[in-house]
Design a protein around this ligand. Structure first.
Ligand code: SF4
Length: 345
């Protein structure tokens, strides 16, 4: 019999299992403390760990390689039981480190600026594999960087999270549960290319959401993100604006800056028409070249000038500092491939 994975149960499923095995519902929190914090209290029988093993598997994915960039960004090659590998990245932001997680092995969206998109979709990740990536990278960070924190999460690694929504949603409920991983809703950001199948703003968990925007013009966006043909930008933005936001929460619109392509006065004007007056932040991301890419990265002057044009349109704008581009760990550069730079495992 194939055992269910211990990190694939949400709180409801744990409650049902306890009922089925004739435990009191009062021990739920102690069970979760044991599963997620490795704390075994006197409220559980001493043979409980062994009993649990009879029902559930608890294998975590394995870090097969780690490469650390000059700016301390760490890229991990993570392998699952069936040999499939994905990449996750630990990014050292000032206040809190952030782990960029993959939701799929490869990706079906085929965005033209994205290294991951060139490898196609291998398979969806299961919730326990998404949780497992987080736990092994967090433990590596605690051991190697002596940072005893729960890092933030961005779903910006390999894959389109809404294309694997059932498993991503289950993983989110485990990340957010106080007795499980225990992250706050504002610690998690889900970034989508605009794949909207089954999208319902009313049932989404209250985390941060981001859209890969990259052009305000439908035909140009289609060139970058083919799924735009099926889900045009205007309808995607309309859907995202239905998400209920807290007073100081915004939808983030990621905008890759590509020289001589999407940085003209017309682009700035159209972005103003599309987004001014909405609860939005535009995150400008200078394009990260990868082997064989056809686009170019703009200069710092070109970037600053475009930012000024957007500010004139009364838009909130940030420029994202690129991290880890010397090890191909930056946005749009993830693909299981040969690594370079400092290697730890
Ligand atoms: S940018 Fe995101 S959605 Fe597009 S191909 Fe890459 S991983 Fe997939």
């Amino acid at each position: 019999m194939v055992k269910q994975h211990i990190h694939s149960l949400d709180a409801q499923a744990w409650a049902e299992w306890l009922h089925q095995e004739q435990f009191s519902p009062k021990v739920l929190n102690f069970v979760l403390d044991f599963v997620y914090q490795k704390k075994l209290t006197a409220n559980l029988p001493s043979q409980f760990p062994k009993f649990l093993k009879d029902f559930f598997s608890d294998n975590t994915p394995v870090i097969s390689e780690v490469h650390v960039s000059e700016d301390s960004t760490a890229k991990f090659l993570i392998q699952f039981e069936d040999g499939v590998q994905v990449e996750s990245v630990l990014i050292p932001f000032n206040k809190k480190p952030t782990i960029c997680l993959s939701s799929q092995a490869g990706c079906a969206m085929n965005c033209s600026f994205c290294y991951t998109g060139t490898q196609g979709l291998k398979r969806n990740l299961r919730a326990e594999e998404i949780i497992g990536q987080y736990l092994v990278v967090r433990d590596w960070m605690r051991e190697n960087q002596k940072i005893d924190l729960n890092p933030n999460i961005v779903f910006m690694g390999q894959g389109e999270p809404f294309h694997n929504w059932q498993e991503v949603n289950l993983a989110l409920s485990i990340f957010l549960h106080k007795k499980m991983v225990g992250l706050g809703p504002r610690q998690i950001t889900l970034s989508t290319s605009g794949f909207m199948e089954g999208f319902d703003a009313k049932v989404l968990p209250p985390i941060n959401y981001a859209l890969s925007l990259h052009s305000p013009f439908e035909s140009q966006r289609e060139e970058l993100i083919p799924i735009n043909k099926k889900y045009p930008l205007k309808s995607v933005i309309g859907n995202l604006q239905k998400i209920e936001l807290l007073p100081r929460q915004f939808i983030t619109y990621e905008y890759l800056l590509i020289r001589d392509f999407n940085m003209s006065d017309e682009h700035a004007l159209a972005l103003g028409e599309l987004l001014s007056g909405t609860k939005s932040i535009i995150n400008l991301i200078p394009f990260n070249p990868f082997p064989g890419s056809r686009w170019e990265r703009p200069s710092k002057e070109e970037i600053d000038l475009f930012k000024e044009k957007l500010v004139e349109q009364k838009l909130r704008v940030m420029i994202r500092t690129t991290k880890g581009d010397d090890i191909l760990a930056a946005c749009g550069q993830l693909k299981v491939n040969k690594f370079s730079r400092k290697k730890y495992v």
